[in-house]
Write a protein that binds this ligand. Structure first.
Ligand code: AMP
Length: 424
């Protein structure tokens, strides 16, 4: 049942969702610009998929028993009766796109990056929203260990730009065979210790025993002290794969620690799983893993091995050093454009366009008419120079450049304005 909302409620963004403006808008834009720039150097190309996907893609791909599918998905039934969901994560949609567009016939593997909003109906709190933003990388079409390492490496580089001390936690679940055998081993182990587990974890023994490994429940944590590890259960190929990943990470000087309890919430992971954390409370800023079986669980007739990650942009920006991710458009303006009288206002666009063509950032308040008021805005914003354009200047094709601190000014022809400004 929906509760009755007052007008005041309705004039607020939906719970767990928010508006981006001022610094929050530009730091998000700056993050995506930096992430994209780094990803492109490493050979990734951009992709954008719809915010809505078929429900079955997520329930089969991510898994019906996972929290994000069973509890947190926003479901939509269209007028035509299609069952769609607001995407809670990126990988399933990217795999769908890879299959739909026959990317398997491109040179393999295919390196993709994407970014945008994702949706999970979770309890909102600091660093946790119902509409949140991720930047993701996916490499599809190869099972080589070097690709696990490059994914971890590129995510690490993007996060390092935040100025935070980033650590990588790493584990392996082995290939599908190992993972299944390990899950069976865990089930048997937890059944033996059923009564010692927390209530929630007791109910998970059959449906999702891997999730008990990273349980926050104090009782379950005790049981986990003796739990068998996945690394201890690897076969030769899985062990080889993991060793290679570690060797590549060592060569790239990525600081990592192996965490036997790291499994991550999604069903599709095999082999390498990882997470980026920072701070004493080990805040997770992003994570990922290998998903060699995903395409087939989604119903495709061929295996498409892949590795990917998702970075939590909201959280990264909440903890990053101020100004760590500044977009190109936010370079602070050094010039404030002031116009006086009708002729000057009418020619203002021309002046601003000349500045734009020369990539000179400028601010203005075209709705104002009065000189003193415009000067005081420039002063308030601490902008060092004003470009003053009055009736006389408009007729003479001149502008006045005023040094706001020294209170000195010079007249200059519009034709020479850009060059003169660049000298300043
Ligand atoms: P996941 O897809 O669950 O592995 O999430 C990857 C990263 O996205 C996490 O490490 C978080 O930083 C971020 N993230 C996940 N869920 C949320 C959320 N509800 N709100 C904000 N950030 C989130």
């Amino acid at each position: 049942m929906t509760a009755q909302k007052t007008t005041k409620d309705l004039l607020q963004a939906p719970k767990g969702m928010r508006d981006f403006f001022h610094d929050s808008f530009y730091s998000k834009q700056g993050f995506f610009e930096k992430a994209e720039e780094i990803a492109r150097y490493y050979g990734f190309q951009g992709i954008e998929t719809p915010v809505l996907e078929h429900e079955a893609i997520l329930s089969k791909g991510v898994g019906d028993d996972t929290d994000i599918v069973s509890k947190e998905m926003y479901r939509i039934e269209t007028q035509g009766g299609d069952r769609l969901v607001l995407r809670p994560e990126g990988t399933a949609g990217i795999m769908r796109s890879y299959i739909e567009h026959g990317m398997g016939s491109w040179p393999q593997p295919v390196f993709l990056y994407y970014g945008g909003p994702f949706f999970r109906h979770e309890k909102p709190q600091k660093g946790r929203y119902r509409q949140f933003y991720q930047f993701g990388l996916e490499i599809l079409g190869s099972d080589k260990a070097v690709l696990d390492a490059i994914t971890i490496h590129v995510g690490y580089l993007i996060l390092k730009e935040s100025g935070l001390d980033i650590r990588v936690k790493l584990n392996t679940l082995g290939d599908l065979e190992v993972r299944q055998a390990y899950e069976a081993k865990l089930k048997a182990f937890y059944q033996e210790h059923q009564k010692e587990l927390g209530a929630l974890d007791q109910a998970r023994i059959d449906s999702n025993p891997l999730r008990i490994l990273d349980s926050k429940d104090e009782q379950s944590k005790k049981v986990n002290e003796d739990v068998p590890t996945s690394i201890g259960s690897l076969n030769e190929t899985s062990s080889e794969h993991f060793k290679k990943v570690l060797e590549y990470l060592d060569a790239a000087h990525i600081p990592y620690e192996i965490d036997h309890a790291l499994v991550r919430g999604l069903d599709y992971y095999v082999h390498t799983v990882f997470e980026y954390i920072c701070g004493e409370e080990s805040l997770a800023l992003g994570g990922g893993g290998r998903y060699d079986g995903l395409a087939q669980t989604m119903g495709h007739n061929k295996a498409v091995p892949g590795i990917g990650l998702g970075l939590g942009v909201d959280r990264i920006l909440e903890y990053a050093q101020p100004g760590a991710y500044t977009p190109k458009t936010q370079e602070s303006a050094q010039f404030f454009f002031i116009q006086l009288g009708f002729e000057a206002k009418a020619k203002s666009f021309e002046i601003i366009e000349i500045l734009r063509e020369h990539e000179i950032a400028v601010e203005h308040s075209l709705a104002k008419n009065n000189l003193a008021m415009q000067l005081s805005i420039a002063e308030e914003k601490n902008i060092p120079y004003a470009i003053i354009f009055g009736q006389k200047e408009a007729l003479d094709n001149m502008v006045i450049i005023r040094d706001m601190k020294k209170r000195s000014q010079t007249s200059i022809a519009i034709a020479d304005m850009a060059e003169y400004i660049k000298q300043l």
